[in-house]
Ligand binder design. Structure first.
Ligand SMILES: *Cc1c(COP(=O)(O)O)cnc(C)c1O
Length: 455
């Protein structure tokens, strides 16, 4: 199936590209999928093949790949003012308007926004803000960062240290002082006979124990995704955030919601923290903030942190941090339009309207004897492949079951993502009922074929 001619797109991609997060044996056998453009939720490759992208690109292209309003907003801003920074007291009018808008749509009644070019940089920035703040408040030893196993917070040195994935050991990470708590995944981590409520209580007790062991006055902050995304779409156990937030408050530890995936509608509310009914001290946003049409990340500080950080900065006359392209006028103009499109042009409504159908599709496929669990929230979901459903035993990892499922889907014209032994679906918010049926139909065919091969 691979075009091996030296001048094929596949060979040219291979010759000069270092692939990130890519299964190299698959790519060597199959070749890269080289894309030219998109139409709604579909992308088209150099051979003219169309794929329904059930992953919204990388969770972020929620308005599809050719949204006319977003393209027009980008073009108009390129005509007006195609680039500027946000240093030395200068910034574009678009940047001013976006900060107002982000605070307005945030769960906070007041706040301040700091821009980056990615989610990783936004998490790094938040850690620097916390270190800066605690230092300025006379507590420079408050530096440790708490996150959870399977949490994904990015790939820069600090955000990779926060990410709770074993692959980071190949870089000699995490750095010291980054502590990972148990992943609150009841299906996988719950003990035999343990109720979900007891499991949540155990997670909260673990947090208490870690704080006692490390000392509250050595901990800078706790970061959590409302629903873990790249860890395999893992919603928290029932009552999780209600159980941990009072413990963090009691010890003066800020709770930072990494809403890079869950922000702007993915779980059926603007913020995942609203879906799970808690108010964090700050929000990390990226991905959907521009519907994927521009690289951007943002730290949104709630009122208390905003005031404290502002006071700390005034004490030394500046906050010495920033990226050349932070608050880029084109990115800000696109984000303003993207927020409008998601909130007021029907996308969030469509997420809500289609969630029951999405869940029904997952539930139906989970009847397969080799699917151990379906899980998800809003339009993010996963199916976990297992060799034995009763014992939750995974397949031999050498079988690369989820890779095979995803590759079979690609052959059928569907893009979905393998994550561990799960297959992840997070379609664009513009998806229709018919396209959702196409997605589940193709995934169902792939499951049948692959499980017949490996069973
Ligand atoms: C993708 C992601 C990041 C990292 O964002 P990049 O833009 O890839 O650096 C951080 N946190 C979460 C929850 C993410 O899903």
């Amino acid at each position: 199936m691979r075009d091996t001619a030296p001048n094929s797109w596949e060979s040219r991609a291979d010759a000069h590209s270092l692939y990130g997060f890519t299964d190299l044996p698959s790519i060597h056998a199959r070749g890269a999928v080289v894309l030219t453009h998109g139409e709604g939720p579909y992308v088209v490759d150099v051979h003219g093949r169309r794929y329904l992208d059930a992953n919204s690109g990388l969770w972020n292209m929620v308005a599809g790949f050719d949204h006319p309003g977003l393209i027009a907003a980008a073009k108009a801003q390129y005509d007006r003012f195609p680039g500027y920074h946000a240093f030395f007291g200068r910034m574009s009018d678009q940047t001013v308007m976006l900060s107002e808008k982000l605070v307005e749509v945030s769960p906070f009644d007041r706040g301040r926004v700091f821009y980056t070019n990615s989610g990783s940089e936004a998490n790094d920035t938040m850690v620097k803000i916390l270190w800066f703040l605690h230092g300025a408040e006379g507590k420079p030893e408050r530096r440790k960062i708490l996150t959870r196993w399977n949490g994904y917070h990015g790939v820069t040195v600090v955000s990779a240290s926060m990410t709770g994935k074993p692959y980071n050991s190949v870089f000699g990470l995490p750095l010291p002082g980054f502590i990972h708590l148990t992943c609150p995944h009841y299906w996988r981590e719950g003990r035999p006979g343990e109720s979900e409520a007891d499991f949540t209580r155990r997670m909260a007790q673990e947090l208490e124990d870690v704080i006692a062991r490390e000392g509250a006055d050595t901990i800078a902050g706790f970061f959590a995704e409302p629903v873990m995304g790249a860890g395999g779409v893992i919603p928290p156990s029932a009552g999780y955030f209600q159980a941990i937030q009072p413990i963090l408050k009691k010890h003066g530890i800020p709770l930072i919601a990494d809403e890079v995936i869950t922000g702007f509608g993915r779980t059926g509310h603007v913020w995942g923290s609203q879906t799970y009914d808690f108010t964090p001290d700050a929000i990390i946003s990226s991905k959907n903030i521009t519907a994927g049409f521009f690289p951007m990340g943002a730290v949104i500080l709630g009122p208390e942190l905003a005031d404290r950080v502002q006071a700390a900065a005034e004490a030394i006359e500046e906050f010495p941090h920033g990226f050349t392209a932070s608050g880029h006028p084109v990115g800000c103009a696109i984000a303003l339009k993207a927020i409008e499109v998601v909130m007021n042009e029907g996308l969030l409504d469509n997420v809500r309207a289609l969630t029951p159908r999405f869940e029904a599709g997952l539930r139906e496929l989970a009847r397969n004897p080799n699917i151990g669990e379906w899980r998800g929230k809003g339009l993010m979901g996963a199916l976990e492949a297992v060799k034995d459903k009763a014992t939750k035993t995974p397949f031999d990892s050498k079988l690369s079951v989820s890779e095979r499922i995803a590759n079979t889907c690609t052959d059928l014209g569907l893009i979905c993502r393998p994550l561990g032994q799960a297959v992840v679906l997070c379609p664009p918010f513009i998806i229709t009922e018919a396209q959702m049926d196409e997605m589940f139909d193709k995934l169902g065919q792939a499951l049948t074929k692959v499980f017949a091969e490996v069973a």
